[in-house]
Write a protein that binds this ligand. Structure first.
Ligand code: NAP
Ligand code: MG
Length: 485
């Protein structure tokens, strides 16, 4: 319905899904081929329609063992022997194929994950290609990365990723591993396996030697089998802090190297001299991008008390213009919540927010009747003790807190077990630099939010995990650390 802040209607602008060819069922990608798994199978659905998209194999321990063996053979016989320049050629080829097939990847990701096509098209897929291009460039220059003259790979990397950025997390894992000369066994999340399986086809198209990349689909048990496999040299995990802790326990006492990218509860701090309209855009991007399914989401807004009323009024006005609905519509801002389980978690924490006394507000929006949906929501009157200020909601829900002095802002921002990211909005360069030095967060954005660049390292402090992905730093977890620094 047209309203005052939205005086016209948008015509539907659906992206065609005819470009993707979703098969009724998929096997596992082991040693360069799709093979039948020996385990059970499960279904992946479209979270916006609940339509079953395909039957997916659940890799058993035996299947994971086959994949690790294939990765080991490829590592020993081919990949670790190949020159960096040759490895780089494969990575450049993969990057180019992803660009060529960008629309296919974008549509498939939107269907399987529920995120809006404008994000998969303009953010996820271009960033994936950029990541492969970036690490392709490092493959023949590893001796100049600061990890010794001739740094050596680790061997087989076992990689487990979440559902919020399925293809992008795959790129963050596979590109540096391969550039450094490792081979991989990767498990995508149970609810979003399809773009990883399409990536397997890209590996075939690029003539990547069999076994260099193996994709095994499945649930938590498959992830556990990868992590605990004795012939895996390196574990790379992105997901929840809870599972991250279990993985840290599982590899303790082994000589496996581990990196963990876990949860977050980032503070987005708006000082009283900030350009307010720009900050409102940054607040919206910080929490409503990707339905708030973002580990580094700006889920705690800290706004200086003197401008809080103005910021909130403008934020609410802006939120009334957000369009929630069909992920394949090019005008959609907020798509579907990824799963019924995640929707239940968002609902539960939001109800707890109200029960604890915070005030809940959402713009009026008509949500589709099938699929999993949650309106963009803000909570005001939030105190630091509230669970919605402490726990990751991983949905389109913002907790608003206020502060009076910069010192109080930093104290509140750092008052969290997490430390993945933070945002600072102010016109003063000196305040940006001071705040960035005080914030205990791996990434601090100033006058922007949720920017990702392959050249820039990303990772956490405290319960947000350890290790860095991206940039020169992202090579280190995939190289033996006995080289000179
Ligand atoms: P999750 O439950 O921890 O799952 C992550 C991955 O681990 C999935 O592939 C999952 O399989 C698998 N898994 C589950 N149990 C396992 C086990 N015991 N051993 C090995 N693997 C196991 O997290 P999620 O719900 O998918 O993702 C949301 C979380 O990820 C949020 O907390 C978010 O903050 C975090 N995240 C962090 C970053 C970062 O860079 N720091 C980025 C994105 C997301 P299933 O799919 O079958 O569950
Ligand atoms: Mg799905």
């Amino acid at each position: 319905m047209a309203n005052k802040s939205q005086p016209f209607e948008y015509a539907p602008a659906p992206e065609s899904r005819s470009i993707v060819d979703i098969k009724p069922s998929y096997g596992l990608f082991i040693n360069g081929e799709f093979v039948d798994g020996t385990g059970k199978s499960f279904k992946t659905i479209s979270p916006s329609t609940e339509e079953v998209l395909a039957e997916i194999s659940e890799a058993s321990d035996a299947d994971v063992d086959l994949a690790v063996k294939a990765a080991r053979r490829a590592y020993t016989r081919v990949w670790s022997k190949m020159s960096g320049a040759e490895r780089g050629k494969y990575l450049f080829r993969i990057a180019r194929i992803i660009q060529e097939r960008a629309r296919e990847f974008a549509v498939l990701e939107s269907i399987d994950n529920g995120k809006p096509i404008k994000e998969t098209r303009d953010v996820d897929v271009p960033t994936v290609a950029a990541h492969f291009f970036y690490y392709a460039g490092w493959a023949d220059k590893l001796g100049y990365a600061g990890y010794g003259d001739d740094p050596q790979p680790l061997g087989v990397a076992g990689q487990v990723i979440p559902w919020n950025f399925p293809l992008l997390m795959l790129a963050w894992k596979i590109a540096p591993a391969l550039a450094c000369g490792n081979t991989v066994v990767l498990k995508p999340a149970e609810t979003t396996p399809l773009t990883a399986l399409l990536f397997a086809e890209v590996c075939q198209q690029a003539d990547l030697p069999p076994g260099v990349v193996n994709i095994v689909t499945g649930a938590g048990g498959t992830g556990r089998a990868i992590v605990s496999h004795p012939d895996v040299n390196k574990v790379a995990f992105t997901g929840s802090t809870e599972v991250g802790k279990a993985i840290a326990r599982a590899v303790a006492g082994t000589d496996k190297r581990v990196t963990l990218e876990l949860g977050g509860k980032a503070a987005n701090i708006v000082f009283d001299d900030a350009p307010v309209d720009q900050a409102v855009e940054g607040i919206v991007n910080g929490i409503f991008f990707n339905q708030g399914h973002v580990c580094c989401a700006g889920s705690r807004l800290l706004v200086q008390e003197s401008i809080a009323d103005e910021v909130l009024a403008k934020l609410k006005r802006r939120m009334k213009t957000l369009r929630v609905g069909d992920p394949l519509d090019k005008n959609t801002d907020i798509g579907a919540i990824n799963s019924a389980e995640q929707l239940a978690k968002i609902r539960e924490l939001s109800e707890i927010g109200e029960a604890e006394g915070a005030e809940r507000w959402s713009p009026k929006c008509d949500l589709p009747s099938t699929g999993f949906w949650f309106p963009p929501t803000i909570f005001t009157g939030v105190s630091q003790a509230h669970r919605i200020a402490r726990e990751e909601i991983f949905g389109p829900v913002l907790s608003v807190l206020t502060f009076r002095t910069p010192k109080e802002a930093i104290e509140k921002a750092n008052n969290t077990p997490f430390g993945l990211s933070a945002g600072v909005w102010t016109e003063k360069g000196s305040l940006i630099l001071w705040a960035a030095s005080q914030l205990r967060a791996g990434v601090v954005w100033s006058n922007t939010f949720n920017r990702f660049d392959p050249a820039s390292p990303f990772g956490g402090y405290k319960e947000s995990g350890y290790g860095r992905e991206g940039g020169r730093h992202g090579l280190e977890p995939y190289l033996k650390n006995d080289g000179a620094r």
